[in-house]
Design a protein around this ligand. Sequence first.
Ligand code: SF4
Length: 210
Amino acid sequence: MNDYQEEQLNGLNAVLTYLNAMSDDQRENLRATLADYLDFRRRTGRFLSQYFGHLCNMKCYRNRLSACCSKDGIITFFADIAINALISEERELSSLFRVLEAPSNGFKCVYLSESGCLWRLKPIVCEMFLCDAAMREVFLRKPACENAWHRLLEEKKSFTWPDRPVLFDTLEQAFMDLGCDSPLMYLHKSPGLLMVKKKAREKGNLNHER
Ligand code: SF4
């Protein structure tokens, strides 16, 4: 197991430990907070499959290049793990444990399997990644599509960028309030994101408890 796998495994274990300690009502309440985000992800998924599905499948997947999944240490936020755990089946979580505990050759993302990504809802960084070649090819032919993509990128920020109250911050906080801690809680630990929050507080866009 490499350092990345260990960090991911600890993150997943932390999420599941605290989720399992919650009552059914608490877990349901947390799931209810995901509705808008899941809707955003459904729309983004539809967009990507409509405009990029064929291209990515042909250029990357069939020839096994899978360039976007070839990094061995993709960034995952604590909230990515929590959201995925909240909507995953037991067997899907078991697959994640299996690859995190197995030796990794480091040539591709540990989560990439023969059938694709093992996450039920892949991390936001992965979902919003389009390589330059794919963007060029699609956006040149369909400029309206580029505008739609930029609107989705903007909308993503309303869940992840803490210059206002956002789901990714709220989720971290919910687990922190129960005593959970993880280095993947970037919205509470990354100096850059803490600076974004500080400025938002000064502007009155964020209250002082966050
Ligand atoms: S987490 Fe999934 S989508 Fe992201 S790089 Fe790994 S295999 Fe690809």
